[in-house]
Design a protein around this ligand. Structure first.
Ligand code: BTN
Length: 255
């Protein structure tokens, strides 16, 4: 496949309609868009509405500092910086908003995705996208990675666990279109939070592929086995264990 940088002008054309995500800072190569955004905030140089985009990440990472494979020219790696307008008990809504935005974006490209709690987006049970949110000072960071044109067959380690849009659709996907749709969808979901967050939570739960299934979870070094019965508004996973106890889990190592 021919290798191209992202056409930022094309994405910017669509930004004019946006109310929150307004300006792009683009890198051909960076350690991590999240690290860059964090540094902007820590050094007082951040402005709300900034989207950090990169064509390649050398230290892309996800939850629990797990590496996020970020080869050049094929995928989406981006971090949005917004003003934090949520109360601490609602921080998990940033993940809810972002997962639904990704799920809807994939749907508009005719891909059915489900959400694996807390922040994985799956197609046919394989990971296609991951989300990493963080609150720093009075800003919120939303880091999103979507596998678009990457071929998982090239990675022995990931080919059984991960997929991409092009693999599922059997064609090369125009990355700029995916990104423009994602930015629009992200804003829509964000506004829904202020209008009707109960409905947003319901929609998100409807897309979760785990609810009510028997699972084995490693959390803070302890194994829990049981059925997931619900998710709390703050993102906590409610598990009815086989020992007839209800536990709320936040910190998951493996499941
Ligand atoms: C996860 O699955 O645990 C979350 C993965 C998040 C990856 C994205 S790619 C853009 C941004 N920069 C990073 O280093 N991470 C996020």
């Amino acid at each position: 496949m021919t290798e191209f940088n992202l056409n930022i002008l094309e994405i910017e054309k669509n930004l004019s309609k946006n109310k929150i995500l307004k300006n792009i800072v683009y890198f051909k190569k960076i350690d991590s868009t999240n690290n860059y955004a964090e540094n902007l905030i820590e050094t007082g140089r951040a402005s709300k509405g900034t989207i950090i985009l990169a064509d390649e990440q050398t230290k892309g990472h996800g939850r629990k500092s797990k590496a996020w494979f970020s080869p050049k020219f094929v995928n989406f790696y981006g971090t949005f910086i917004i003003k934090n307008e949520m109360s601490p008990s609602d921080f998990f809504y940033l993940t809810i908003i972002s997962s639904l935005a990704v799920q809807k974006t994939l749907k508009s490209f005719k891909l059915e995705a489900s959400i694996k709690w807390p922040n994985d987006i799956l197609v046919k049970k394989k990971k296609i996208s991951g989300i990493l949110t963080k609150i720093i000072k009075n800003y919120a960071l939303i880091g999103i990675g979507i596998n678009i044109n990457w071929n998982p067959e090239n990675s022995l380690e990931l080919r059984d666990k991960a997929t991409s849009m092009s693999k599922e659709l059997r064609e090369t996907i125009h990355r700029e279109s995916v990104i423009s749709v994602l930015l629009k969808n992200w804003e829509k979901e964000y506004f829904r939070y202020f209008k009707n967050k109960k409905r947003l939570l319901q929609d998100w739960k409807a897309k979760l592929h785990i609810t009510h299934k028997e699972v084995k979870i490693l959390s803070d070094g302890q194994i829990f086995q049981g059925k997931i019965v619900d998710i709390q508004n703050d993102g906590g996973l409610i598990l009815d264990t086989n020992e007839k106890k209800t536990v709320i889990l936040y910190n998951i190592d493996k499941f």
